[in-house]
Design a protein around this ligand. Structure first.
Ligand SMILES: Cc1cc2nc3c(=O)[nH]c(=O)nc-3n(C[C@H](O)[C@H](O)[C@H](O)COP(=O)(O)OP(=O)(O)OC[C@H]3O[C@@H](n4cnc5c(N)ncnc54)[C@H](O)[C@@H]3O)c2cc1C
Length: 377
């Protein structure tokens, strides 16, 4: 059932022409509470969060531009494997995201979010003892399984030492999430599919206007393309290119994400997203032979069976040195804001911090200092 659904979705991912475009008969409203530039994970989550709060939004996104959300596996991992500690704010972010994405599914009548355990395959004996001790601790017991498994899909998975499971992990099928919302924004006539032109933005103390549209504020969510934004290009971003392979592997489990050097994330019909790589120099979305080799080699150490590479994709993560989101208003133009810096964890961070940003914008509730743009002043 899930496999059939994935199959259909997968066809859609690579046939974007079938997405209906309503732009030809726009009879749009001209006044909005917010204009949002960018419809990656950050812009989409922020737009839906605002809509839920009864706010009106206009989304501007050029779908021909690079978007790292379109290559993100959509993995939610509450555990930092190296030290077996919780990832930043996992206790708050995971339940918030669970609720948010389930609400989004209900709102659109679609499915794109699943709870999925992560299988951690051990490379060395001493890792098991470390895991079991951590699993007993109050802090980590919710996220780490209490036993070691040695018979996990042994015909296909290389698991000589054993493995254990990260519980309360999840997976968002990001491409479907974005396309379902893009269709919704189109139907509501609140999407402009075009390159945002900074020369046409007029900023007033309490409002902005762009072409024939006006709003209280404009919020930029352009991912790593923030480097082209004259209002926010001073923020010290440290973007990182990442690549993934889409591979076909038979007889691997489809309800779990396998991790050992690479993650192997099921997307149905024996297809898996396998990744990822890091490159801080070549900041583009062009797949490389080097990454293909690196991921393939790691994958062949995890599985015992042959695999077929179906596709390869690349994107640039909008990361910041301190690995925290960048949220807030421009120091001189308070009608202009930014919601960015989601780095390697956009799917987990965006829902919680969208709500926090809206509380800040609408009710002057202070932002978490660690994400506040003020930290760069
Ligand atoms: C290989 C890889 C794997 C990843 N896996 C995961 C994962 O498993 N889990 C996870 O949480 N995160 C993952 N990430 C990170 C995740 O992709 C990012 O955190 C997230 O996508 C950032 O989203 P964003 O909306 O800020 O940026 P983007 O996705 O880049 O979106 C920016 C949008 O702005 C638009 N835009 C930019 N400039 C303009 C303009 N001038 N006019 C109009 N439109 C404009 C672009 O078209 C784009 O749609 C991964 C990243 C990579 C590269």
């Amino acid at each position: 059932m899930q496999s059939e659904k994935y199959n259909l979705i997968f066809e859609n991912i690579y046939c974007t022409d079938i997405i209906i475009n309503f732009e030809s008969d726009y009879k749009m409203n001209k006044k909005f509470d917010y204009i949002i530039v960018g419809q990656g994970i950050a812009g989409t989550v922020l737009a839906f969060s605002m809509i839920k709060e009864g706010l009106s939004v206009l989304v501007i996104d050029d779908k021909t531009l690079s978007s790292c959300s379109k290559v993100a596996a959509g993995n939610f991992n509450p555990v930092v494997f190296k030290r077996l500690v919780k990832s930043w704010m996992a206790d708050e972010l995971i339940p918030f995201s669970d609720k948010f994405y389930k609400e989004a599914e209900q709102f659109l009548g679609q499915e794109f979010y699943w709870k999925k355990e992560i299988v951690k395959i051990f490379a060395e004996e001493n890792e098991k003892e470390f895991w079991l001790n951590k699993a007993k601790s109050e802090d980590m017991s919710h996220y780490l399984s209490k036993t070691i498994t040695t018979d996990f899909f042994t015909a296909v998975v290389n698991n000589p030492i054993g493995c254990a499971f990260v519980t309360d992990a999840a997976n968002l099928f990001v491409v479907k999430f974005l396309e379902d919302f893009r269709n919704y924004f189109n139907q509501q006539q609140i999407l402009l599919d075009e390159l945002f032109d900074f020369n046409l933005l007029i900023i007033e103390p309490n409002s902005v206007s762009y072409k024939e549209f006006s709003a209280k504020k404009i919020i930029f969510c352009e991912g790593y393309k923030i480097s082209d934004n004259p209002y926010f290009n001073w923020i010290p971003f440290k973007p990182a290119k990442g690549e993934v392979l889409i591979v076909k592997i038979e007889n691997l489990p489809t309800d779990k994400i396998i991790n050992k050097g690479v993650y192997i994330l099921p997307i149905g019909d024996d297809l898996f997203i396998v990744g990822t790589t890091y490159d801080w120099v070549n900041l583009n979305d062009i797949p490389t032979e080097k990454a293909r080799k690196e991921i393939s080699e790691k994958l062949s150490k995890v599985i015992k069976v042959p695999f077929e590479i179906i596709d390869q994709q690349a994107g640039v993560r909008p990361s910041v040195n301190d690995r925290r989101p960048v949220i807030g208003l421009h120091p001189e133009s308070v009608s202009v804001g930014v919601f960015n810096g989601m780095g390697t964890k956009g799917v987990m961070l965006a829902p919680y911090f969208s709500k926090q940003f809206i509380d800040f914008l609408e009710h002057t509730v202070p932002l978490n200092k660690e994400v506040n743009i003020e930290r760069f002043r």
